[in-house]
Design a protein around this ligand. Structure first.
Ligand code: ADP
Ligand code: MG
Length: 257
């Protein structure tokens, strides 16, 4: 039965999508069966997995509106090594349409319950907001992975996210917990980044993942080839770090209740 994780952070451009597709590819590499759910209307995780969002007949939008199952709507990201439930601009409309519907925050959860036996990991790439879409992600998940850059305002943004997760934990999804904070785009030569990293460890202790993802241009280049960095250039520093992170996740999940 799959463990389900949201990759979330209300900030844009912090590395959510890069983390989703590379963790997925890393997990696939170490033998895990993975489904990626693209919950962002931008469809970056879809394109970055080598699936053309403009050519999809069924997407996560149809699943949220219950006109298709995940089994019907998913696509195989062949080279990346996992399945993906894609997204495109149509998903932006779901935000408004869901408001009118019953169980509006639990639609993805019901659909994933059906798909869960087929996978070891389900990774949900969230949009940069606390919208109905993100709420659907957080209500479905066992845990949240928070990618963050070690910058001055990083801790401030984190307080909002932690409070939101606490509220959802209390009211909608008692399973939900923060699995960990992932330091991404890290450059050890920048003193401020080292300081923020130390602060994070002081505040959050073992909620900070041991693995650190370095700033690495190969990770940024990979999406234009329709591949996660882990597959595009397996020997690059970024790819090696994400495979390490996949192993760390497998080990953490083994010890999860
Ligand atoms: P989000 O999904 O949070 O908006 P992305 O994963 O799309 O963020 O990342 C934002 C930008 O930063 C992208 O252009 C991506 O290629 C780049 N990027 C992400 N992680 C790294 C990294 N470790 N090294 C270099 N560039 C990165
Ligand atoms: Mg993104």
């Amino acid at each position: 039965m799959a463990k389900i994780f949201c990759i979330a952070n209300q900030k844009g451009g912090v590395g959510k999508t890069t983390t989703t597709v590379n963790l997925a590819a890393g997990l696939a590499k170490v033998g895990q069966r993975v489904l990626v759910v693209d919950l962002d209307p931008q469809g970056n995780a879809t394109m970055g997995s080598g699936v053309d969002k403009r050519k999809l007949e069924l997407t996560v939008y149809d699943v949220l509106l219950e006109s298709a199952s995940i089994a019907e709507a998913k696509t195989r990201a062949d080279k990346a090594g996992y399945d993906i439930l894609g997204a495109n601009r149509e998903l932006a409309g779901a935000e408004v349409e869901l408001v009118e519907l019953e169980r509006r925050e639990a639609r993805l959860k019901s659909a994933l319950a059906e798909a869960a036996p087929d996978y070891d990991f389900i990774l949900i790439d969230c949009p940069p907001s606390l919208s109905m879409l993100t709420l659907n992600g957080l209500c479905s998940a066992h845990g949240v992975i928070v990618p963050m850059q070690c910058e001055y305002f990083a801790l401030e943004g984190l307080t909002d996210l932690v409070n939101t997760i606490k509220q959802i934990h209390a009211n909608l999804n008692p399973d939900l917990q923060i699995i960990g904070l992932l330091r991404v785009m890290f450059d050890p030569r920048i003193t401020l980044q080292q300081q923020v990293s130390d602060q994070l460890k002081a505040h959050f202790g073992n909620k900070v993942f041991d693995t650190v993802i370095p700033r690495n241009v190969r990770l940024a280049e990979a999406p234009s080839y329709g591949l996660p960095g882990v597959v595009f250039d397996p020997s690059s520093k970024g790819a090696v770090a994400f495979v390490e992170f996949a192993k760390e996740m497998v080990a953490r999940i083994g010890s999860m209740k």
